[in-house]
Ligand binder design. Sequence first.
Ligand code: GLA
Length: 730
Amino acid sequence: MSITYDQNTGQIHLFNDQISYIMQVQTSGLLLHSYFGKRIVLLSGPLPYPVRDSGDFSPRPVGYENTRFTLDSALQEIPGGGNGDYRTPCFEVTYADGTKATDLRFVGATIRAGKPKLNKLPATYVKKPEEADTIEVSMCDNFRHLEITLQYTIFKDLPVITRSIIYKNNSNRVMTLGKAYSFAVDLPDDNFELLQLPGAWAREKQIVRTPLVPGDHVLESRRGASSVFQQPFLALVRPSTTEDTGELYASHFVYSGSFRLEVAVDHYHQARLTGGINPVDFSWELKPDTEFQTPEMVTVYTDQGLHGMSKAFYRLYGDHLVRGEYQYRDRPVVFNSWETLTFNFNEQRLVSLAAQAKAVGAEVFVVDDGWFGHRDSDSSSLGDWSADRQKLPSGIKSLATKIHALNMGFGLWFEPEMVSPDSELYRAHPDWAIAIPGVSPVQGRHQLVLDFSRADVRTHIMNAMSQIIDAGQLDFIKWDMNRNIASIYSASLPPERQMETLHRYILGLYAFLEELTSKYPNVLFENCSGGGGRFDAGMAYYMPQSWASDDTDAWERTKIQYGTSLLFPPVMIDAHLSESPNQQVGRITDFRTRVAVAGSANLGLMLELDKKTPEELSKIKAVVEAYKKKRHMIQFGNFYRLISPFTSDYGAWEFVDETRRHVLVYLVQALNQPSKPLLTIKLTGLIPGAHYRVANRVWYGAELMQYGLYLNEELDHDFASIDLAIDCVD
Ligand code: GLA
C-alpha cells in the first residue's frame, strides 16, 4: 500500500495490491481524474487525458481559452463551481455577493500514514498507522478564498477508497454551502447496470438491478434518516458481472441522515458518481475561518463480482468500523418480548417468560416497548423513561435483579429521540420537539421528534437513560426510532440557518451515542428503526448489530437478509425465530425453515413459550443449543450467497469456517410446485482436494464446487427448505 505524488509530473497514485486510484494535477492547477480500477503495477508517466470537444456551448476554463479542453467532459476529482461543467456538481457555495462560480486550483498535497478521525462523525478507522495511508489534496479559489481539502484513504489490503471533503472559508465574509457532497468518481464509460437496495417498512433492502441509461439517476432519502426506503448505497456493475466475477464500483455512505447518491450519464456516455448529504433541506453557514467536514463515502472497486464487494465491506466494517467490547465477540441469543407480549405484561409475566427463555437457552432477556410511563399502546409516554408503576410496581431494579438471578443478561427497549404529546416530558418542554412555532406539529405513530441538535435536550435524555441503565445494570439496549422528521425547525437556530437542523440533528445523535457507548462499554446495543430504517454504516460505528426488519416471516426475511448481506456480514444482522402463522404476513412456515433463516444471523427468539408443549420446548432448546455450537462460524466465518431469492424461487447461502473444513448450506424455497426444474447448488470456498461428507457419500471439494449437488429429491421430502452440515473428513 502506498500513495505517491510526483511533483514533476503532477501524478498522484494511491495503490495497494488490488487497486489503483490515479489523479492528475494539470499545470494549470486543475485536478483531473485519471483512473480507478484494478492495480496498475507499472506506470510510464502521466496518463494522457483524452480531449473531447464539446463545441462552443461548453466554455473553456481560465487558462485554456484557445484549446478544445472543457470541464464539461473532463473527468474530475472535485467537479462543480459553475465554470462550464453543466453536469451534476459535487458542491455549491453561495458567496456574500450572491454568486456561486468557483474556480478551484491545486495548492498542495500531504501524505501521511494512517487515517485521521473525522470531525464529530463516525468513520472507518485504523488501529495502527500501517493499516492505511491518507492523502489530503488542497484546492483553493484564490478570488473567493474558499479552500477545499479532499481526503482520500487507501487501506493496506482492501479494494476500498474512503473519501471526505473539508470546505473551509478563508475569506472575511460568510459563505453558504447549499450542497457539500463527500465525493465524486468520474468514470470514462457508462457500460454499467445500476444496483440499489430500495425497500419499505418490513420489506427493507430489496436488490434491484437495472440498465444505466443517459441522464441523471438519483437515489435519496429526504427524511432526516437513511430510512427503510433506500439504503445510502449504490453500485455500478458491468452487465456481465455475477456473484463471483466481474467489475463493479460500489459506494456506501457512512451517514444516518438524509442523503443523496447520483449517477449522471453525460453526452459522451461517461458516468459521474457523486453523493453526500442531501442538498434538499440542507444549507450551512460557513463563517470566516470555519470549516465543514462531510461524512465519509466508502467506494469499493472489485473485479470479483458481488461477493468480492461484500467481502470488502465485511472486512472494512468488521475490522475498521465496528468498535467496542463486542467487535469480535460471539453475540448472545436474545429473547425479545415484543411479538410475544407487545404492551401487555407485568413483572410476574416477564419473569416467568424469562425463566422459560432461559430454559430453552436464551442468554439475554429484553423487555421491548411498554415498560415505561403509562405505555399501554403506542400513543403515549415516549420521553418518560421511568418504569410504568402499574406494570412494574417495584421498578426496573427489582425486575433486573430477578432476571439477573436467572443468570441471564437483561435488556430494555428505548426510543430516546422521540416524545409522545401525551407525556410528562412534552407537557414540561413542548418546545423540545421539532415543530414550527405556532403551527400544529406533524405527528407520526402519535409521536414527535425531539430536537437532538440541542445539547440541553440530549443532556436530559442522557440523564434519564443513565438512571435506568444504572438501576437495571443493563447488558443490552435496543435503540429504536420509529418516525421521520417533518416540519423542520430548531429553536436553537436563527431563521437563515434553519436548514442546518437535519444535519445538526444527526451530529447531535452521534455525539449522544459516542457519550453513551463510552459510558457503558459493556452494554450490547442493537440498532433499530421500525426494523431496518436506519441500518446503515453510520449507526454501525456505535452499535455492532441491527434489527434488520419488523418482518420475521422466513421467506420475506430470506430476501431482506440476502439484500442486507450485500453490505453487512451476518454478525451485524439480528434475526429472530418467531411464531407461525407469521405476525406480519400470516404465512404458515414450518419450524425448520424458520430456524434456518433466523439462525443464519444473530439468532434471537420471539416465541409464545408459555403456550408450548414440553416436546415443542425441547425442540426449541435443541435448536438454540445447536446454534450456539456453530454460531462463531455463522457470525464470524465466511459467508457466501449461492442463489438469489430476487431472481429465483429459492434463496440459498453458505457458511464456511476459517479452516474451510466445516460448511453449512441453507436453501429456502418460496413455493413448491410439481415437476420443478432441476435444482443444482454449487458450493464455494471449500478446499478443492479435501474430502467432504454429504449424507452417505464423500466428495472432493472440487466436485461440490463444480459439479454441485442436485437437491430436487431432498426438496420433495422437505417442501420448504434444506439445511446441510458438511464436514471435511480428512
Ligand atoms: C418498532 C420496532 C419493533 C418494536 C416496536 C415497539 O416497530 O421495529 O421491533 O420494538 O417498535 O413499539
